[in-house]
Design a protein around this ligand. Structure first.
Ligand code: P61
Length: 465
């Protein structure tokens, strides 16, 4: 398909063929019951060998291309000045246009450093919906996150095309209340993970930039899934139908002061991340902290080969045939579930299908963790692993200690890139539909162990019935 050909639904096929395969194992219901009990009803605690189709995350679970595997052999494992670092820097400059790069072991390493560099105690950071690790690092640096996403983002049934957008009225209110002295930057994510993988329009980024300029406030970008965001812009935003994804990606980056990135998503690798910066002083401070927490600033916790694979993956990530197949597969699963009557977040997002557990299990109150239970039931049904994205993920208010109560109580079925086939999607849809059929009998959970930070990763639960 040429770059400018019209995009028709279901007219795509994966732009690759499979060269190596990895065996996956079907299990019995009895084995899964045992495994889930051992895991304390937390899908993060399952062993992967007990999972048939793993839709826990699209993070680090991607299949690399032959070029990326070949790139591993070009690893220059020098402690200082690895050639692969310069390839990475060149890829970031070419595709995103930021002059300075600080590599990190993954996205949260970059979030840690940028938070420590920019935030001082008492600051507030407005952003388009929290992300777990992003907000935690902002809080650990002494800041407080304030949500300024549009209201539609909290409504699973609202089919607005850009549910990741910032509400400019809310943002101005925060600017007026706290002022530039207490707002180090606006934290803008494209796409918005916790809202369902929803995109932000270029017009909205432009408007946020203008408001930031009016108040003298910086704009930093979580561009972890920017290629998927750009794909949606091309599909949905007036004036961008014929714009290459690469151009849209660049246009968004050009509006920002810097970015952090988890290479484990868009960039099609299994590990890696970085900060991309424009301000020379922020760069100096960040590369200095890099040597404290990550490693020398020409490797940042990565092997040379990892940086090589990431630099190749960055260039592959903006390929339109790849994006069409990637987002198309997510949509295929989403529409299969929607058409079967299962409540899902609409529109279907870029990296995952999100089940609306509040409507799936209306008999289970939020404090009995309906999404956590639903993720467990889907695993029991067919060995399909998903993730809770509701009250457990939202954690507790850092000041009051109360549960945060998000309006979205979701289960995320996340698709690794280039890994599963359409037949896998059919099996997943059948499994969820089977749970949907027996939903009335499903009860909640009690939390039996709660760790201090990012509790959803390690918490344990017991079934109420
Ligand atoms: C994920 F359950 N995401 O979606 P790191 N920004 C954004 C991310 O999506 C992201 C990071 C920064 C993961 C892994 C994960 O609550 C969870 O490379 C938009 O994972 O450090 C990661 O990048 C952090 C799963 C993270 C979670 C936090 O599955």
């Amino acid at each position: 398909m040429s770059e400018s050909a019209p995009v028709r639904r279901h007219s795509w096929a994966e732009p690759y063929k499979i060269k190596a395969v990895e065996r996956i194992r079907r299990t019995t219901r009895a084995e899964r019951e045992e495994a889930l009990a051992q895991a304390g009803w937390n899908t993060f605690q399952l062993r992967s060998r007990d999972v048939f189709i793993d839709l826990l995350t699209d993070s680090g679970t991607n299949a690399m291309s032959a070029e990326q595997w070949a790139g591993l052999m070009l690893g220059d494992e020098a402690y200082a000045g690895s050639e692969n670092f310069f390839h990475l820097k060149q890829a970031v400059q070419d595709v995103y246009g930021y002059p300075f790069v600080v590599p990190t072991h993954q996205g949260r390493g970059a979030e840690h450093i940028i938070s420590q560099v920019l935030i001082k105690p008492g600051d507030v950071i407005p952003g388009n919906m929290y992300f777990t690790t992003t907000r935690l690092h902002q809080e650990l640096a002494g800041g407080r996150f304030i949500d300024v996403i549009v209201d539609e983002a909290h409504d699973p049934l609202d089919e607005s095309p850009f549910k990741g957008n910032v509400d400019l009225v809310k943002l101005r209110r925060v600017f007026d209340e706290y002022g530039a002295d207490r707002i180090p930057y606006v934290s803008l994510a494209v796409t918005v993970n916790m809202a369902g993988g929803q995109p932000v329009s270029v017009a909205n980024v432009r408007a946020v930039r203008a408001l930031c300029d009016e108040y003298g406030i910086k704009l930093y970008l979580d561009k972890t899934r920017i290629a998927e965001n750009a794909w949606f812009v091309r599909q949905r935003e007036a004036g961008y139908q014929d714009a290459p994804v690469r151009q849209i990606v660049r246009e968004i980056c050009d509006l920002t002061d810097g970015a952090w990135f988890s290479g484990k998503k868009d960039a099609l690798v299994n590990i890696g991340g970085y900060l991309a910066l424009r301000d020379p002083q922020v760069f100096e401070d960040a590369r200095n902290l890099c040597v404290v927490y990550e490693g020398l600033d020409t490797y940042g916790g990565l092997a040379g080969r990892d940086m090589e694979a990431m630099s190749i993956g960055i260039r592959e990530s903006v390929d339109e045939d790849h994006l069409q197949a990637r987002v198309g597969q997510v949509e295929y699963l989403g529409h299969a579930l929607r058409d079967g009557g299962v409540p899902v977040v609409l529109p279907i997002g870029g990296h995952a299908v999100f089940l609306d557990a509040a409507r799936f299990l209306p008999q289970v109150p939020q404090e009995q963790f309906p999404a956590q239970r639903l993720a467990g039931e889907i695993y029991l049904e067919a060995g399909v692993r998903s993730m809770e994205r509701g009250i457990v993920s939202a954690g507790r208010n850092a000041e009051t200690g109360e549960h945060n109560r998000p309006r979205l109580e979701l289960v995320r079925l996340t698709l690794p890139r280039r890994v599963y086939t359409q037949a896998h999607m059919d099996v997943v849809a059948e499994a969820v539909l089977a749970v949907w059929d027996r939903r009335a009998a499903v009860r909640g959970l009690a939390m039996s162990f709660e760790p201090k930070h990012l509790r959803f990763f390690q918490a344990r639960f017991t079934p109420l019935a």
